[in-house]
Design a protein around this ligand. Structure first.
Ligand SMILES: [Zn+2]
Length: 265
């Protein structure tokens, strides 16, 4: 058992909240930092399924990647699905923390983990954080890097590498499986809007979870192969990793990951 405040400090070490995008809503979103916690559950999204699981396991803290609430709420009632979930969480004494883009952008965060799975070299952020004159290439928005060796790698080879770590990817591409790529831009989740950034880095492929039809057409017209693996598949593995990191840092709480959360999207 330990104070929630101590767990927040450990989370901050892994995914510093100042790495989050300005539009995001990250950190402790529901609950008191004075609360005692003995069980933490991580998951991708706070849903009726993950809430029910957290209640059954008697977790006092849920670390969900996607923020709830995300937008400001004028009222918390059972008339909306978000209000209903928040009410139930509060009534069950469950605190909610969301790292979202802070975890996407962190040193060992989601985009870096995807770059490692693809075995990319010379990996850098698509966009560095402005921090005076010193540029830290280990943190920032998205990642990009080169496929290993001299030869281009086929799209199917890249999907195979991902499958070794994420068996449930929904692999789709704007190009054929044998198309060769050398330089890959990565944005986990819904990354289509970052296509311009990926193009400006000279990438010939972009890996993301989901993108719109028009973003895929735009990628094609710019000569960039869009590789889509599903929003859930592009991020949920990292909530297990986050639980492992947190457990390694905290001995007085048990940290688990949702076992019921699944999605084809
Ligand atoms: Zn996401």
């Amino acid at each position: 058992m330990m104070k929630l405040a101590t767990i927040l400090s450990a989370l901050h070490q892994i995914a510093p909240l100042e790495y989050a995008e300005s539009w995001d809503n990250v950190g402790l979103l529901v609950g008191s930092s004075e609360k005692n916690v003995s069980l933490v559950m991580t998951c991708l999204t706070f849903t009726p399924t993950t809430l029910a699981e957290a209640m059954e396991r008697q977790a006092q803290l849920v670390v969900c990647h996607h923020p709830i609430p995300f937008k400001p709420l004028a009222r918390i009632t059972n008339d909306t699905s978000t209000g209903k979930l928040l009410l139930q969480a509060i009534e069950a004494g469950i605190a909610i923390f969301s790292p979202h883009t802070a975890w996407d952008n962190a040193k060992k965060g989601i985009n870096q983990q995807l770059a490692d799975m693809l075995e990319l070299t010379s990996v850098r952020p698509l966009q560095n954080f402005a921090s005076g004159s010193v540029i830290d290439d280990s943190v920032g928005v998205g990642r990009y890097g080169y496929v290993h060796g001299q030869q281009p790698h086929t799209i199917e080879e890249l999907f195979e590498r991902l499958r070794k770590h994420i068996p449930d990817i929904q692999a789709k591409s704007t190009h054929t499986a044998t198309h060769g790529v050398r330089k890959v831009g990565i944005v986990c989740g819904s990354g289509g809007s970052m296509l311009g950034m990926v193009a400006s880095r000279g990438c010939d492929a972009m890996l993301t979870g989901e993108a719109t039809y028009h973003q895929c057409l735009e990628a094609e017209s710019r000569g960039i192969a869009m590789l889509l693996i599903g929003h859930h598949a592009s991020e949920s593995f990292a909530m297990k990793r986050l639980a492992q990191y947190l457990q390694a840092d905290l001995k007085e709480v048990l940290v688990c990951t949702s076992e019921r959360e699944t999605s084809k999207f």
